[in-house]
Design a protein around this ligand. Structure first.
Ligand SMILES: NC(=O)CC[C@H](N)C(=O)O
Length: 455
């Protein structure tokens, strides 16, 4: 079978091509001369598989998209508390190159506008590091994220340095406010170098997929940042990544994103997919016009809005009752003292807090009401794909309480999603399958049981 996904991406590219609005960035002459017909899109799944369409080999400077990753590097090098002391987390509502600081704290509003990004850059390696040390650190980190060696485009760097007065102004403002301690000209030069690193859409999508994958590179398996950093970056991208268009962006497109003035947009949907779009003409916020169109379309067609309530945790728990059949048939139950039922609670899918709450409520309701006489409680995790940490904690607590209540508890957990820690939770009978479960329950009072469906 030929996958429909590349064909779909090709149709997205053709669909937005007719939108000829906007203009390339004019203040960096190399960007002003860019071929505005170029158009590309890429998706990188969290297992590293990449789909792309359009001009997916065209390289462009990463520009402001570097801010997201340099923020993560600053967190690693200086620690989150030190970074938060110098850079806020609030959307500014202003343009990306606005000269502004938060009232009271005197910090840049966030790391996605130039003021915050220059401050983050100054925290890379150490406050007294050289421009070369910081550039090397950033180039190395971004290359690991992209899975190939990236380069600085010297032409783009020189072009931006020709008219860097505004960014220099921001640098001196930061120095005067005590936000950066190094030479502001060195911080700004270094920041402009980081913006001149070149990538293509496939690189960007893959780099985004690392953020979506809790900081682990989906191809190399390398842990490139702690999950807390990936979450921090994605959160700040969600509220500040699209500058003064960030609120509308989150409401309409609905995934974390960061744009750059070369015309790229990098998007990220945690746990699912990294996204990149490229086309040089920009809107009034400095976001790629066709890039925005592509992201809107992808979000609408593929249901990528973070706030979609797609995974409603209602059908997570299935309760079934195993009937104990008394009689001579040895394959069925035959035990005079166990003329009762076994209640089976099956948990399905990727379970988070809400799913574990459904299980807890089902246990409480069924065992205090209709099935209070049940001779055993079977918790089946056979169809449970995963438990997150909080779901696991809730379920371990449920098991502990069932055992304290004197219940006969059997756990079917073939893939080990419960991650049993006998030091924390007393161990009920843990079995691999229904046959074993029958034996255990038999040993605990009932000889065997039958169920309407397997556990
Ligand atoms: N939005 C952007 O991509 C801005 C980056 C650019 N290097 C600047 O500082 O102006």
């Amino acid at each position: 079978m030929k996958s429909p996904i590349p064909d779909y991406l090709q149709s997205v590219v053709e669909n937005v091509r007719s939108n000829d609005g906007g203009a390339p960035a004019s203040y960096i002459d190399v960007l002003a001369k860019a071929d505005t017909s170029k158009l590309a899109v890429a998706l990188a799944m969290v297992d590293g598989h990449i789909y792309s369409a359009g001009d997916d080999k065209i390289e462009f400077s990463i520009q402001s998209i570097s801010k997201a990753f340099v923020y993560a590097i600053a967190i690693e090098d200086a620690g989150l508390p030190a970074v938060l002391k110098k850079i806020g987390m609030e959307p500014s509502g202003d343009a990306f190159n606005h000269l502004s600081l938060q009232k009271g704290t005197n910090r840049p509003f966030n790391p996605m506008i130039n003021a915050g990004a220059i401050a983050a850059h100054s925290l890379v390696v150490a406050p007294d590091a050289t421009l070369e040390q910081r550039t090397e650190r950033i180039l190395d980190a971004l290359s690991r994220l992209a899975g190939r060696q990236l380069q600085v485009d010297e032409k783009v760097f020189e072009a931006e340095m020709k008219d860097a007065n505004r960014n220099m102004g921001i640098g001196y403002m930061l120095k005067a406010a005590g936000i950066i301690s190094c030479d502001p000209a060195v911080a700004v030069r270094g920041y402009i170098r980081q913006c001149a690193i070149t990538v293509n859409v496939k690189d960007l999508a893959l780099m985004a997929s690392v953020l979506c994958n809790g900081g682990v590179h989906p191809v190399s398996g390398e842990k490139l940042m702690p999950p807390e950093s990936a979450r921090q970056v994605l959160s700040v991208m969600a509220t500040c990544g699209m500058y003064d268009g960030a609120g509308e962006w989150l409401a309409t497109v609905g995934f974390s994103a960061k744009s750059g003035v070369a015309g790229a947009i990098m998007g990220a949907l945690p746990g699912q997919v990294g996204i990149a779009a490229f086309s040089p003409k920009l809107d009034e916020h400095g976001n790629s016009v066709r890039g925005v169109d592509i992201c809107r379309k992808l979000s609408a067609d593929m249901g990528l809005h973070l706030m979609n309530s797609s995974q409603v945790a209602l059908s997570t728990v299935q309760t079934s009752v195993a009937t104990i059949v008394a009689g001579a048939d040895t394959s069925k139950v035959h035990h005079p003292n166990c003329d009762r039922e076994v209640v089976v609670f099956s948990l399905r899918g990727a379970v988070r807090f809400a799913g574990s709450e459904r299980l807890t409520r089902a246990l409480e309701e069924e065992l205090s009401g209709p099935h209070s006489d049940a001779c055993a409680v079977v918790l089946s995790f056979r169809e449970t794909y995963s438990l997150n940490a909080i779901a696991r904690r809730v379920i371990h607590e449920d098991i502990k309480r069932l055992l304290e209540d004197g219940r006969n508890v059997v756990v079917t957990d073939p893939s080990g999603v419960l991650q049993w820690d006998p030091l924390k939770t007393p161990r009920p009978a843990v079995v691999k399958n229904e046959v074993e479960a029958r034996e255990v329950i038999g040993g605990a009072g009932c000889r065997t049981v039958t169920t309407s469906d397997g556990w």
